[in-house]
Design a protein around this ligand. Structure first.
Ligand SMILES: [Fe+2]
Length: 423
């Protein structure tokens, strides 16, 4: 009696170990292998295997085997009808009774029964979870050649349940991962569609304004470069790029003649034109964008730090940071491209404009970031020359531009420093 109790205690402490294995193990096959060892060790068995049932194609895949010899197969076919039969019984099957119980080969199938008998398996425990077969454990005889006791069978049943739950959980996890992969792909597809739509919109906006071909696209690209230099997150960078592409979407509702006027427009026309930021906001606000600030970038891209912009005359930090970035990108492109009534500025004049308007029209940190990004390109640090390519060949002369940029950055930093000191 005392010996029997000892054996049970041993078996149940092994069960506790098994529980821990199933919970902690990340590698499924390793988990199955070590749980098989626990079962064999606890009951003093010579050999055993754990098979996972796969419905399509219907087969038992031997996930772990011990003491079965090197020639043992690693799977056996097993059809769905038999799987159902096994679930109904859900008890242990004693293979040494195959001669006396013809039902056994019917439950396991002649082929599997023959395979298991050739592997000298004497006991089979189906792994059934929520009424579905997930696999089976096949066990050889005891090292002592004693028969299985009723307690042994209880232990095997309980262990089979644990391993079954482990396999079931693993399957759920695989399913969750598969779905997550699918969702990721769907999400990426949607993002691709969103990006293409944004590009198409930008092209439509620029079509309306025949003198600013490619303006929206360039503003998107400049905005992205500035945001990256400011150290923003990838999501923020993508958001501000989209904001750049769409900043003038409100021009779609402004009369084409006003946008394309080859002369300075009058006050009435100008107030009509100045409706475009608010109109852009109205167009973009109902859309669910990946970045919620995108409509605000359209609305506030003509605001100025000194409060003299439009439509609301916001000042300083009242203007969303992304709108400040789009504002600079927009003005920079306007200065560096030819328009109907004027040619583009020479680069030293652009530098002068930035110097006098930083702190009035433009935010200082945004201008500094843009100058730094350009300086890096002039120095050849990034392999990809983005700003210089957008500006076109021959516009930037590195020897001339470099000292101007260095000087401007130093001056703006000193000014920012002094302001912070005063504050
Ligand atoms: Fe605009």
């Amino acid at each position: 009696m005392a010996e029997q109790t000892d054996k049970l205690i041993h078996a149940f402490s092994a069960l506790a170990d098994l529980g821990a294995e199933i919970a902690e193990s990340r590698d499924f096959e390793e988990m199955v292998r070590s749980t098989l060892h626990v079962v064999l060790g606890a009951l003093g068995l010579r050999r055993g295997l754990v098979a996972e049932y796969e419905r399509e194609p219907a087969l038992l895949r031997f996930v772990a085997a011990w003491g079965m010899g090197d020639d043992a197969p690693n799977m056996a076919t097993f059809d769905a009808g038999r799987a159902e039969l096994l679930c109904v019984g859900s008890g242990l099957l004693n293979l040494s009774e195959t001669q006396t119980r013809p039902a056994l080969p019917q439950q396991l199938g002649t082929e599997l029964t023959a395979t298991l008998v050739s592997l000298r398996v004497s006991l089979v425990a189906p792994l059934v979870v929520h009424g579905e077969l997930v696999g089976l454990i096949a066990l050889g005889g005891k090292a002592t050649d004693e028969a299985f006791t009723a307690e042994d069978r209880d232990v095997i049943r309980t262990m089979a349940h644990h391993i079954g739950v482990g396999i079931h959980n693993h399957r759920l996890l695989r399913e969750v991962e598969r779905r997550a992969d699918e969702n990721r792909q769907l999400y990426n597809n949607l993002r691709g569609i969103y990006r293409d739509t944004v590009r198409a919109f930008a092209a439509a906006i620029d079509c309306k304004d025949k003198y600013t071909q490619g303006h929206s696209e360039r503003v998107g690209k400049y905005a992205e470069i500035i945001a990256r230099e400011l150290g923003w997150s990838e999501e923020q960078i993508e958001g501000v790029a989209v904001g750049g592409y769409l900043h003038d979407v409100g021009k779609l509702v402004v009369e084409r003649d006003i946008i394309n006027a080859p002369y300075r427009i009058d006050a009435k026309q100008s107030s009509e034109l100045n409706r475009h930021p608010a109109a852009g906001y109205e167009i973009l606000a109902p859309i669910r964008h990946p970045d919620a600030d995108i409509p605000l970038m359209a609305k506030y891209h003509h605001e100025r730090i000194d409060g003299r912009g439009y439509p609301e005359g916001l000042m300083g930090d009242e203007i969303p940071p992304a709108a400040k970035v789009v504002a600079l990108a927009d003005s920079f492109d306007a200065m560096t491209t030819d328009r109907t009534y004027r040619r583009r500025k020479e680069f030293p004049d652009v530098i002068e404009d930035l110097r006098s308007n930083t702190g009035r029209q433009f935010a200082s940190d945004v201008v500094i970031a843009f100058c730094r990004a350009l300086l890096k390109e002039v120095d050849g640090t990034p392999r990809e020359r983005r700003i210089t390519r957008l500006l076109g060949k021959g516009y930037i002369e590195p020897e001339l531009v470099r000292p101007l940029l260095v000087e401007l950055i130093e001056e703006l930093e000193a000014r920012a420093h002094a302001t912070a000191g005063n504050g």
